[in-house]
Write a protein that binds this ligand. Structure first.
Ligand code: 5AD
Ligand code: SF4
Length: 475
């Protein structure tokens, strides 16, 4: 199963834990914090808010947890494996804490609510626990924990959007940034724990989103990703003008900030992405032609059990509409193998819809039962693990072929690429992305481009994950 795990990890890239580096490390504050984030982009974005709250309270960031007075893990509950990884990490921190007086360990994010009692009391692994809507209370929780009491705030809010807090951009490339536009989720996909860990859906005031995007552009950033569990249900009423702001309107307003600022967004529930959004995307060159459209399964019975509220026919028609309005648009998906009672034929339907949609990329998982979800209450997790993993391997193998084919189809094409920095393997090469979110690596060739510049690149060859090219005449 090693190879399979590696494959899953690769496709799970954005969901890996990552330590943070802060340019404010140079500033000598009396107390230091260390934060490690797991899970979705939303969690990484939340850690930037936490960093901002802590810095306003006299803390500075460190990249070495051994040096920290406060060690924080921003956790993910989406699958059992994510929880196990976090438990291992907490045990490592605990060893250092036992030999370091005064060090505090805190758990933030989605595991907070579910595991607070266990982590704080039974296993005594942590000193404080704060749920996704409780980060403003962190200074208070720290004070309580310092005085020896176990401190917890996992209350979920119907209003909190952290709209007034400017996230601290740490460990970034200075070119691309996330902007959180909404929190929570009102969908009740039966497999998913998010509605329970992150609470009800609420949208952030549009003027604070626009201000943040403008500030990022002024600081030299050239790409923003608007983030939410379900961005297409963004909805805000401007109290001054009494104007309704839908996601399509918001997207258009962000696009108008500057043609040099690229806009991406994630995630779109297929039932909510409107034709209006697609039309706005087609109108503005700086809105990237890429849509992440989780399908989860290609079979109608399973989609119904999952409570996804669409059929395979409806989903395929949505993909057709995207391809019609936005020719050449990149499309990716999330796919779950081995959901409760899934048969072999039903699994084949998933492979079939993948072929139909020709996804450029997918995040692929086998089903992991999460306590408290509708599926855990209603259905038996009865597909044996070996079968789930074999089906996942088939899905991963097919996706690899589709990704390779999609990349091969780009050979000979010229793309506008935003340079994000040096390629990982060679500092004589740039790495960037095209509008369709594909990574392109190309030699610098003594040109005087900088990261954050747009450059035309011709694709010469590819792997399944990367396009390889050369700079074209950019005049
Ligand atoms: N088991 C496996 N995968 C899951 N996801 C969410 N919940 C589960 C689960 N219980 C996947 C879905 C979702 C993505 C973020 O994680 O595909 O779109
Ligand atoms: Fe979970 Fe479904 Fe909400 Fe996505 S849309 S966060 S899968 S409940």
């Amino acid at each position: 199963m090693e190879a399979l795990d590696m494959d899953i990890q690769k496709h799970d890239e954005k969901r890996q834990g990552e330590a943070w580096q802060s340019n404010t490390e140079k500033i000598q504050h009396s107390k230091k914090f260390y934060i490690e984030s797991y899970g979705c982009q939303m969690n990484f974005s939340d850690s930037e808010i936490v960093a901002s709250i802590l810095q306003s309270n006299g803390y500075s960031a460190t990249t070495q947890y051994e040096m920290a007075d406060l060690v924080l893990l921003n956790t993910c509950s989406i699958r059992d494996k994510a929880e196990q990884t976090i438990r291992k990490r907490l045990s490592e921190f605990k060893k250092v804490k036992d030999s370091k007086k005064g060090m505090l360990i805190g758990v933030l994010g989605c595991m907070a609510e579910r595991l607070k009692a266990k982590l704080l009391e039974e296993e005594q692994l942590v000193d404080l626990v704060a749920g996704p809507d409780a980060y403003r209370s962190l200074p208070l929780l720290i004070t309580e924990a310092n005085s020896g009491s176990k401190s917890v705030n996992v209350l979920l809010s119907r209003e909190e959007t952290y709209a007034d807090i400017s996230p601290v951009r740490m460990n970034g490339n200075g070119v691309t940034a996330f902007i959180s536009i909404m929190r929570g989720c009102n969908n009740m996909c039966s497999f998913c724990v998010v509605p329970f860990t992150r609470g009800r859906e609420r949208s952030r005031a549009h003027h604070s989103i626009l201000n943040e995007a403008q500030q990022l552009f002024d600081q030299g950033f050239r790409e923003v990703t608007l983030l939410g569990q379900n961005v297409d249900s963004y909805y805000y009423i401007d109290p001054e003008k009494n104007e309704e702001i839908t996601f399509a309107k918001l997207l258009e307003q962000v696009a108008k900030i500057n043609p040099l600022l690229r806009i991406r967004f994630s995630t779109s529930h297929p039932k909510d992405i409107t034709k209006e959004v697609l039309l706005v995307m087609s109108k503005y060159k700086n809105i990237c032609k890429y849509i992440h459209l989780p399908v989860q399964s290609g079979n109608n019975r399973i989609l119904q059990l999952m409570n996804r509220t669409y059929t395979r026919e409806w989903y395929k028609a949505k993909v057709d509409e995207i391809k019609r309005i936005l020719p050449g648009c990149g499309i990716s998906a999330d796919i779950i193998a081995g959901f409760c009672s899934e048969t072999e034929e039903e699994h084949q339907d998933t492979l079939d819809i993948m072929e139909y949609c020709k996804y450029d990329m997918s995040y692929m998982f086998f089903y992991s039962e999460r306590p408290g979800t509708l599926a855990a209450k209603r259905y038996r997790d009865d597909v044996p693990e070996v079968v789930k993993k074999r089906r996942l391997t088939e899905i991963v193998d097919l996706q690899n072929q589709l990704s390779l084919q999609s990349n091969r189809d780009d050979i000979g094409k010229i793309f506008e690429v935003l340079i994000e920095g040096n390629s990982k393997k060679n500092d004589q090469e740039w790495m960037g992305r095209n509008s369709q979110n594909k990574v392109i690596v190309f030699p610098k060739e003594h040109s005087d481009f900088q990261k954050g510049d747009y450059v035309y690149v011709k694709v010469l060859s590819c792997t399944k994950a990367t396009l390889l090219g050369k700079i074209e005449n950019n005049s």
